[in-house]
Design a protein around this ligand. Structure first.
Ligand SMILES: [Zn+2]
Ligand SMILES: [Zn+2]
Length: 377
């Protein structure tokens, strides 16, 4: 059985946590092998079949080792087993906890390893091992939150990417030419805006670093949005919430079953003024407080839309009856879905069909479609 030296991961439990990819570079170099060789040797000694044919998963290089995938999970287990460390420690250095909640399609995670030259230079100056932070693996992060510098993707000396899994001495020198990755281009202007542009993502990474293997729920975003709809309905501010996110978009998010992309989740959180982490966790309590303060009670909307005014009540009644009898309607459908199908707002349904509306909402609630977590849970 192969045993690995215990090497301390950098930045554990903070938003500056090291990426698992970076950690593997340092572990491999301590054993004088490449990351690829390290993983294949361990896989062979543990007879893990799917890691055995890792080369395909590994074709994209080191950045693949932080993405939420079965491959990452296998490698985490492998390294944890061989170094006698609890797997949760290594999981917190990856995005595995987002496996169920976010779409991991192209564009979310950076294709190449990127770094802040000043962060690398600081490590060198202090005599500490340089490393690639987990945060830098998110494509949307373009600047270092500490220094405001644009992240580098290529060595300044030889223009090489750093994603290779072959043998290297450490993380802070180029895998190709060996020069320092802490070298900087002069005269880069940084601004506060660039430093704080990805504050929500730093916050997310901090939560990942702190909670180790706690996964984000699949339906977090949907739960918050549905909860906000219900809250807005109670305070008769229904239409006002479309000011934050257009109605059609809102319904797409609440009614579709697919997982949401990180960019969409950030957009929703920003528009609603709630924390990205709360949104992904489905913590609706804090968020409804924020949004309700935005929904000024004095701004009650007219109950009729132009369309509804034109609508003949009898035609609407017949359409509603048919819809409720049809196979498309199930108890899990919210009132907003019914209203959307009929081409009216739910206010119109409440006004003309209060008992039916009440019944639909009650069945929806009973079907467990709305989940309100306890505050602080
Ligand atoms: Zn930096
Ligand atoms: Zn180089």
């Amino acid at each position: 059985m192969v045993q690995l030296f215990r090497i301390q991961p950098r930045g554990l439990g903070t938003e500056e946590i090291e990426g698992f990819s970076s950690y593997l570079v340092r572990v491999a170099s301590a054993h004088a092998v490449s990351v690829g060789r390290l993983i294949s040797r361990l896989a062979a000694s543990r007879e893990i079949g799917n890691v055995g044919d890792f080369s395909q998963s590994f074709a994209t290089g080191l950045p693949a080792l932080v993405r939420p995938s079965p491959f990452t999970r296998d490698v985490v287990e492998l390294i944890a087993g061989a170094s006698g460390v609890e797997p949760g420690v290594f999981e917190s250095m990856t995005f595995l906890c987002l496996s169920n909640s976010l779409d991991s399609s192209a564009g979310t995670y950076s294709q190449h390893l990127r770094w802040c030259a000043e962060c690398m230079a600081e490590c060198e100056k202090k005599g500490e091992p340089g490393y690639f932070k987990l945060l830098w693996h998110l494509e949307a992060v373009k600047h270092c939150p500490q220094h405001g510098l644009p992240l580098s993707g290529k060595c300044l000396h030889c223009q090489s990417h750093q994603s290779t899994a072959r043998l290297r001495t450490d993380c802070s020198s180029c895998a190709n030419c060996g020069n320092s990755l802490g070298a900087m281009v002069n005269n880069i202007n940084t601004s506060l805006g660039e430093k704080s542009a990805a504050a929500d993502l730093s916050d997310l990474v901090k939560r990942i670093a702190q909670s180790r293997s706690t996964e984000f729920p699949r339906d977090g975003v949907r739960l918050v949005l549905r909860h906000l709809l219900e809250e807005a309905w109670k305070t008769e501010n229904y239409d006002r919430i479309w000011d934050h996110i257009p109605k059609s978009e809102w319904l797409t998010y609440t009614e579709c079953d697919g997982v949401i992309r990180l960019a969409e989740a950030r957009h929703i959180a920003l528009r609603l003024g709630i924390r990205l982490v709360d949104l992904l966790q489905g913590s609706a309590i804090g968020s409804s407080r924020t949004i309700n303060s935005k929904l000024d009670a004095s701004c009650l909307n007219e109950l009729h839309t132009k369309r509804a005014k034109k609508l003949r009540k009898s035609a609407l009644g017949a359409a509603l009856k048919n819809l409720l009898k049809g196979s498309e309607f199930t108890p899990t459908k919210p009132l907003t879905w019914v209203a959307m199908k009929l081409g009216v707002t739910s206010d119109v349904l409440w006004r003309y069909y209060p008992s039916e509306s009440k019944e639909i909402v009650a069945r929806h609630l009973k079907a467990g479609a709305i989940y309100l977590p306890d505050p602080g849970s």
